[in-house]
Design a protein around this ligand. Sequence first.
Ligand SMILES: Cc1cc2nc3c(=O)[nH]c(=O)nc-3n(C[C@H](O)[C@H](O)[C@H](O)COP(=O)(O)OP(=O)(O)OC[C@H]3O[C@@H](n4cnc5c(N)ncnc54)[C@H](O)[C@@H]3O)c2cc1C
Length: 346
Amino acid sequence: MPEQPAERLADHTTLRLGGPARQWVRATSEEELTEAVTSAEAGEGPVLVLGGGSNVVVADAGFPGTVVEVATTGVTPDVEDDDPACGGVLVRVAAGEDWDAFVARAVESGWLGVESLAGIPGLVGATPIQNVGAYGQEVAQTIASVRVWDRVLKGVRTFANAECHFGYRTSRFKADPGRHVVLDVTFQLRQGSLGTPVQYAELAGALGVPLGERAPLAEVRDAVLALRRSKGMVLDPADHDTWSAGSFFTNPVVDAADLPPGAPAWPQPDGRAKTSAAWLIEHAGFGKGYGAGPVTLSTKHTLALSNRGGATTEQLLALAREVRDGVEAAHGIRLVPEPVLVGCEL
Ligand SMILES: Cc1cc2nc3c(=O)[nH]c(=O)nc-3n(C[C@H](O)[C@H](O)[C@H](O)COP(=O)(O)OP(=O)(O)OC[C@H]3O[C@@H](n4cnc5c(N)ncnc54)[C@H](O)[C@@H]3O)c2cc1C
């Protein structure tokens, strides 16, 4: 297995932040992946399983153990791409596959259910961890099962969808950090030329269809990518607004009585309401581009903290604390970070 000298996390994270790792192993097969994790456990320091580095904030001091970079490949549908016979397809995707490339493949193949998740950075194996979602879809709606290496039981396990305990930006994998190494994810996707009913008003507006209606699969993907680009939410090395971890805070779920006047509210099954972290931030006095640099809020989206170049993780965390505390002082709601903090805290 190729084992390389220590590398800087900053070269492997979309924030371009994070110091050196003590050890670095790139695993290109499932065997290498489980072997790398198992032998790293026996070595010195902790183990960090890393995908695309788009949802992690790593300390300036770096990582005092082994980073296992997931680089496995394979997209295996149970039908031929052009065989619409059974109206559905089960597709097994290796953890190391690029998520956005898989969405593009799904749209080209007429597999529906992930088209609104186009443009989300990172790898397939990370998508079940926080149940990635955007524009009215989340992977929990299409994941049939997740195959993992269980680091506690030291064996391979398969969790059916219901066993993954998916929730808003969470899952059993996120709730039990570090225990499960995702090996592959099987998606159950319907086949057709129209996407799933559009559940997000802004996307419906961009497509010119009523909310709840369907639109051609490729048009949905294109519209999502255009909306995301306008918000700096598609990676672009030339655009510092995308040197981020995406949304830095999750949308809080609160008792309806605790909602600030005028705040957006999406009713939840438990009777509470989810509100917009971006709205709370803006209405606490932090506008787009806020900050003296080299870390600022994105100039296109208040919810993303961005590295303007030459920033440190400590500077990022300082701005995150300022925003979190300002929102709490203004609205009485404490924002919770969405990315995984590695070796640092807010
Ligand atoms: C510009 C931008 C836009 C974004 N937009 C969205 C969005 O719209 N919706 C959304 O939900 N997220 C969004 N994100 C966040 C991020 O892209 C997703 O969370 C993505 O799934 C992370 O994938 P990754 O491979 O980069 O994971 P990493 O950042 O490498 O890892 C994230 C966490 O998952 C763990 N992990 C990674 N791979 C595995 C594996 N195979 N097995 C076990 N654990 C693993 C890591 O240890 C870490 O704890 C955005 C990020 C950016 C930078």
